[in-house]
Design a protein around this ligand. Structure first.
Ligand code: ZN
Length: 232
């Protein structure tokens, strides 16, 4: 990812630029996130209430606009989103419960400087995560589509995808995520074993692009068994 911005940008949507109020920023961010979630859902990557999504509204202090717990991601509206602070708790004046995995979003926004974080449960990501969890990850190489990841200029690049063992202890999981992101600053995503993908970007548009690229590559890797098994 390139230089971090204090406020996420929304390529393809109205920009909360100079003169925009905090309300305008939240409203345009919510609109962009709901549109992105509908498109992601249509691809089959977040069935039912699976997955969670966030955008970074402010950095100091950290404020994320994130999906509420238990909402159908394909039909999100602004009412399905809420503001949380750096600790993952509801921001002042916000009612209700954010996604159970909110601490992971906070970890990624704070350590990787993400402007948006997308978490999906596709079949390919679930199976690859399950298979490679004992090894702690796998390396993707040789695919032209790798160039869709920020900073990757050649199909010859090697992109490591960490796989963390899944856990219902989200606070412990978020501490492990912080450690992995600290050790590997160039990451664009990671998997949770038997669970799904977390990916992010400087902007929501970049996060969506990274999601599409990873899902395409995961599809290739999981289908390769028909010709030559992927061994990581
Ligand atoms: Zn999940």
């Amino acid at each position: 990812m390139r230089a971090r911005t204090a406020r996420a940008r929304w390529s393809g949507d109205r920009v909360a630029g100079a003169g925009a109020t905090a309300f305008d920023g939240r409203r345009s961010a919510a609109l962009a996130l709901c549109r992105a979630a509908a498109a992601i859902g249509a691809r089959g990557w977040c069935q039912g209430t699976a997955g969670n999504f966030s955008v970074t509204l402010d950095r100091e202090p950290l404020r994320l606009l994130i999906t509420r717990s238990g909402r159908f991601k394909q039909r999100l509206t602004g009412a399905d989103l809420m503001l949380v602070g750096a600790d993952g708790a509801a921001a002042e004046g916000e009612a209700g419960r954010p996604s159970a995995e909110t601490p992971l979003h906070c970890a990624i926004a704070s350590v990787a400087g993400a402007g948006a974080v997308l978490h999906t449960h596709s079949v390919a990501a679930t199976l690859l995560g399950e298979h490679f969890s004992p090894r702690g990850g796998f390396t993707i190489r040789g695919y032209e589509m790798l160039k869709g990841l920020d900073g990757v200029a050649s199909h010859e690049a090697e992109v490591f995808v960490p796989v963390l063992a899944n856990s219902q202890d989200v606070d412990a999981l978020s501490r492990r995520v912080r450690a992995v992101l600290g050790e590997r600053p160039g990451l664009h995503g990671f998997l949770l074993g038997g669970h799904g993908l977390y990916t992010w970007g400087e902007s929501l548009a970049e996060a969506v692009r990274h999601l599409e690229i990873f899902e395409f590559l995961f599809d290739c890797l999981s289908r390769r068994i028909q010709f030559q098994p992927f061994t990581g």
